[in-house]
Ligand binder design. Structure first.
Ligand SMILES: [Zn+2]
Length: 214
């Protein structure tokens, strides 16, 4: 990331004070807060943490800082801190490692099997044909795992929203999410089946509803 964008420490002021106050209250050890010039390449607004150690740096996109009020920005951070506190990051890394492990073990079964080359019409075993048959046969499995990952991710989003609502405030998070979905031109009423197959985040309306029932 630092190769492609410029990060500058967030200047002293209301926003920095509010972020530091909330981090201290939530027991989140903050190293520093940076603003990144994301507007150079896209209109997408975002916020994320960097670093896996005890102290984290928070990185805010300049687009996010420009579009959101101080309270809304802290609410978005509270959501992100929720992901961290609920260990979603580490669970995500473990799940991705398992997926890679499954892929490599299936690959190892396929790559030496002469039947697959024969099925594709070759007289002798070919590494390249085995690779092609692996790609063809692995895609349904990969789709299934993707569905699992998406539903895990949607569950985590609700959990992080709940964390932000409990430890900060649901109202500014709701208004921040509305602004972000306008910026991202999100579909406000996607079909539930489409959400099940493709969405890593629940649609805005469902997130807002879930927050009001907390
Ligand atoms: Zn999230």
């Amino acid at each position: 990331m630092p190769l492609f964008n410029k990060q500058t420490p967030l200047e002293q002021g209301e926003l920095r004070d509010a972020i530091e106050a909330f981090s201290a209250k939530a027991g989140f050890q903050l190293d520093n807060v940076f603003v990144i010039d994301g507007s150079r390449r896209s209109t997408k607004a975002n916020a994320y943490f960097a670093g896996l150690g005890a102290k984290k740096r928070i990185v805010l996109y300049d687009t996010l800082v420009k579009d959101l009020e101080v309270e809304e920005l802290v609410a978005v951070l509270a959501h992100e801190i929720g992901h961290y506190k609920k260990k979603h990051t580490i669970k995500g890394i473990i799940a991705a490692l398992c997926q890679t492990g499954i892929m490599l073990s299936v690959l190892s079964l396929f790559i030496a099997n002469p039947l697959l080359s024969a099925a594709l019409g070759a007289g002798i075993h070919s590494f390249h044909l085995a690779l092609i048959s692996f790609a063809l046969l692995y895609s349904p499995l990969s789709t299934l795992m993707g569905l699992g990952m998406n539903s895990f991710s949607r569950k985590n989003e609700y959990e992080a929203d709940r964390f932000a609502a409990h430890h900060f405030n649901a109202a500014p998070l709701g208004s921040a999410l509305k602004k972000l979905s306008v910026n991202n031109l999100s579909n406000l009423s996607p079909h539930p089946a489409y959400v099940f197959f493709h969405y890593s985040h629940p649609p805005l309306l469902q997130r807002l509803r879930a927050m009001t029932t907390i």
